[in-house]
Each structure stands twice: as structure tokens, then as C-alpha cells.
Design a protein around this ligand. Structure first.
Ligand code: FE2
Length: 376
């Protein structure tokens, strides 16, 4: 018999060919970046960080960079017609264009992913100014969305070359948002497993959770979802596809109005969801509401939690538990006129999952909104 030790070879630890240090920033292509930046500062408590535009030598766009703790957003708009940004906004409305990931080596990240089948968006480029060097590269993902790889270990400026510091006299207080917990993609019919395979093969991620249409369906709004995680768990991308239901799935509504696949929601972490959501509501952010009956039985399902139930129920915060702990979460209504991108606010207290126990109550709330829009 052969002495080849195939089983052990299979189990041998493989080195992570795409080590990720987390989300570097999320860039939105929007119709009016100046006003969007003001909105995110006012409503979410971001602070001004950097700016690029005609004044810094960029001819076709303006970009505003805002930050809160480890959360960095870039709001970019076209200032001329017939460029990539203008076309993106025409087709999709305001939405997420770049999910930028922080890496130690952006050249290696590009080589490793493109040789495994990733489609190049940007070959590695070195950008330099007096504050050092940033290396950036990128690949296409679902729809017109991009993963950028950002290497900034030799950069000491506020954001990156090409940007100047943006000092503003308007500095609304923060709301306790800390970092990107996860970004969810909506993809087309029968495309979920295609993108699961993409994240496995091209990015070296693994599938850590799956939900089929029996888990995630109400009478109408069925979808299927798989959660992809990188090796160290810093970066997680759930992928949704629509499933057959009696009427139109919420994912179908998104695909119709976004005009294709794209980022459905970005989940923002907080250490005190009651304070954060109280603050956000005072500043005008609207959240999906579940019926008060949800709170009559929720503790039977999730057991003891540290928080009082009263403020959670008043704010509409949802609770779920897994083997490792529990989580508190709430979902905003869409943040633009198209029923596309929204935000989740999440506080994890041990739980590493995504709130499966809340799906039914949540999707019934989403369907009420869909019906209001005439899209159910
Ligand atoms: Fe989520």
C-alpha cells in the first residue's frame, strides 16, 4: 500500500494567501458628495478627515473622507458627465462602489487573487507624497462593486496621496460607531453559490454559515444567504440571493432598483447600542420597527441579557443568541430614495452569528415597507 499521506496533507494548515487586517474604508458613489458628507456627519457623527477634488488636482470628481473611530467612509461624486462615477450613479443611484481592505502587501494581494481567477480592476499602483507611500490594487466583485487592497504601512498622512486634510468648523458629536462588522451583497437568481466559490477560490475565504429559504422566508420575502469569512475572521461578507415566494423577494426589489447586484447593507459595530440608536434616532435616522409582540416572548427565546428590555423595545432593537453569546441589532430604512442600501447597527456580546432568530419578524417589517412602495 502506498505510504502517501494524503489525508494528513489535506489537513495540513495552509498559509493565508490573502491576509487581511480589516476594512480600510467604504467608498460610496453618490449624486452630491458634499451634501452626503454633511448628512453622514450630522446623522451618524462622522468627523471630517480629508478631501480631494479640483483644488487638489483631480479634474473629474470630488471625494470627501469622513471618519468615526475605525470607520472610514469616502463619499465621491462626478463633477463632469460621461465618466465612470456619473455612469454608476445614473445606473445604480447612490451606493457602495469600493469595499477597501487593509493589507500588508497590495501587490501580493493583487497577484494572488488575479492568478486565482479574480478580474483585475486596478493593477498595483504606488502613490507618494511628502507623508509617504500608499500602494493600491483592486479586483471586481459582484455587479459593479470593487474590492480595493490598500497598503498604507509606509504612509503617515491623514488619508492617502492626492487628498488634503479637511478641517471643518462643523464637528457634530460622535454616536459610538466603531468599525465595519460586515458588508452584505445581494446577487441575482442562482448566483449565491457562484460568489461563494469566488470568495473561496479567489480570496481564500470559507463559508461559516448558511441560511436556506426555509430559514429566511415569511409568506412572501424569501431569500437564501451564505456568510463568507476570511481566515482571521476580521472580514465577513454574507451573500444573499432571492428565493421563490408568493410575491417579490426583498432581494428582487433591490436588484430591480439598484439595476443589478450590489451591496445591500453595511453593519456598523457599537459597544452601546442603546446610546447609539437613541442618538441616531434623535438625528433623524429611521429604523425598521417590529410589532411590540416581539418583545413579549423574546426573552423566552434568548434567555438572560444584561440590558433592560424597556429601552430595547422602545427603540426597536432586536435580540438573538447563538452558542457563544448574544447580539443586539437594528436595521435602518434605506438611506436614499431607491429602496437599496441600508445600514445595520450591531452590538455583539459574544455571538458571532447574524441574527437568524430575528429574520421572520424583520422580514415582515420589510414587507410592510415594500407594500407601502407598491413593490410586493
Ligand atoms: Fe447584517
Amino acid at each position: 500500500m502506498s505510504t502517501l499521506e494524503a489525508p494528513e496533507l489535506k489537513q495540513a494548515p495552509v498559509t493565508d494567501f490573502l491576509p487581511l487586517q480589516g476594512t480600510d474604508y467604504v467608498e460610496f458613489y453618490v449624486g452630491n458628495a458634499r451634501q452626503a458628507a454633511h448628512f453622514y456627519k450630522t446623522a451618524f457623527g462622522f468627523q471630517s478627515l480629508a478631501y480631494a477634488g479640483p483644488e487638489t488636482g483631480v479634474k473629474d470628481r470630488a471625494s470627501y473622507v469622513i471618519r468615526q473611530n475605525k470607520l472610514t467612509f469616502v463619499l465621491t461624486t462626478a463633477i463632469r458627465p460621461d465618466n465612470e462615477i456619473a455612469n454608476h450613479v445614473y445606473k445604480h443611484g447612490d451606493g457602495v462602489k469600493m469595499i477597501a481592505l487593509k493589507v500588508d502587501d497590495a501587490t501580493s494581494a493583487w497577484k494572488e487573487t488575479t492568478k486565482r481567477g479574480g478580474k483585475s480592476y486596478l493593477e498595483p499602483i504606488n502613490m507618494k507624497d511628502d507623508n509617504g507611500e500608499v500602494v493600491m490594487s483592486g479586483i471586481h466583485i459582484y455587479g459593479d462593486t470593487i474590492h480595493l487592497f490598500i497598503e498604507r504601512k509606509n504612509y503617515y498622512g491623514v488619508f492617502m496621496p492626492g487628498y488634503r486634510p479637511w478641517n471643518s468648523l462643523y464637528n457634530p458629536s460622535e454616536t459610538g460607531l466603531l468599525y465595519v462588522d460586515h458588508c452584505v451583497g445581494n446577487v441575482g437568481w442562482n448566483q449565491m453559490n457562484v460568489w461563494v466559490k469566488f470568495y473561496e477560490d479567489v480570496m481564500g475565504f470559507r463559508n461559516i454559515l448558511s441560511f436556506d429559504d426555509k430559514d429566511i422566508s415569511t409568506e412572501y420575502s424569501a431569500l437564501m444567504s451564505k456568510v463568507m469569512s476570511n481566515g482571521n475572521g476580521f472580514v465577513k461578507f454574507p451573500i444573499n440571493e432571492p428565493a421563490e415566494g408568493k410575491k417579490k423577494s426583498q432581494v428582487e426589489e433591490y436588484l430591480e432598483f439598484y439595476n443589478g447586484e450590489g451591496c445591500q447593507h453595511v453593519a456598523l459595530a457599537t459597544n452601546n447600542i442603546i446610546e447609539t440608536v437613541t442618538n441616531l434616532q434623535h438625528r433623524g435616522i429611521e429604523f425598521l420597527k417590529v410589532p411590540s409582540s416581539y418583545y413579549a416572548s423574546v426573552l423566552d427565546r434568548v434567555g438572560h441579557i444584561d440590558e433592560d428590555l424597556k429601552p430595547l423595545s422602545e427603540l426597536g432593537i432586536l435580540i438573538d443568541r447563538d452558542d457563544e453569546g448574544y447580539l443586539l441589532q437594528i436595521f435602518s430604512k434605506p438611506l436614499q430614495d431607491r429602496p437599496t442600501l441600508f445600514f445595520e447597527i450591531i452590538q455583539r456580546k459574544g455571538a458571532k452569528s447574524f441574527g437568524k432568530g430575528n429574520f421572520k419578524a424583520l422580514f415582515e417589517a420589510i414587507e410592510r415597507e415594500q407594500a407601502d412602495r407598491g413593490n410586493l
